[in-house]
Design a protein around this ligand. Structure first.
Ligand code: 4NP
Length: 164
């Protein structure tokens, strides 16, 4: 019997740096592990400033050097996302709080958490820092954190029994 696919959405502020990076990294891992038909990967921002834009050039270049292609266009996360996503993963506590507030009158049957809380190697409550106003090292750090966390995420999806 084949189940429906699992939907994952990464969320940051602008949807041009961190969450598109997590989306691209996760998509690559999912493809590499032959899971493309089981896991759908998406991203969004809590803010609308950059809606319609491609990922930041610095994010795209840093990702490309690791064989990851960032193809998303920025969109704003909406309440309707809670009706379709299984995992909504925030990059930092501020964005998690925004999502929790959006959900205040609704409910969500999936998992809403910080992305790094799915990384067994990360300290609980750790955040993916916003690289937008900083230098190149920040974009590399985002990639490092996303690579580690996305491996943890795939394992979590397996543990949750959604890949059986
Ligand atoms: P992101 O980074 O949330 O990782 O996409 C940012 C992008 C843009 C802005 C802030 C953070 N901004 O203020 O425009």
């Amino acid at each position: 019997m084949s189940r429906r696919s699992v939907r994952v959405c990464f969320v940051c502020l602008g949807n041009i740096c961190r969450s598109p990076t997590a989306e691209g990294v996760m998509r690559k891992f999912v493809e590499d592990q032959g899971l493309s038909r089981r896991i759908q990967v998406d991203s969004a921002g809590t803010a609308a400033y950059h809606v319609g834009e491609r990922a930041d050039r610095r994010s795209r270049q840093a990702a490309r050097r690791r064989g990851v292609s960032l193809e998303s266009r920025a969109r704003q996360f909406g309440i309707e996302d809670f009706g379709i996503q299984d995992y909504v993963l925030a990059m930092d506590r501020k964005n998690l709080e925004t999502l929790e507030n959006l959900l205040i009158d609704g409910d969500f049957e999936g998992r809403l958490s910080l992305l790094l809380d799915l990384d067994p190697l990360a300290k609980r409550g750790s955040e993916v820092p916003d690289p937008y106003y900083g230098g190149d090292a920040g974009f590399e750090e985002v990639l490092d954190l996303c690579e580690s966390a996305c491996l943890g995420l795939i394992e979590q999806i397996r543990r949750d029994g959604l890949l059986e």
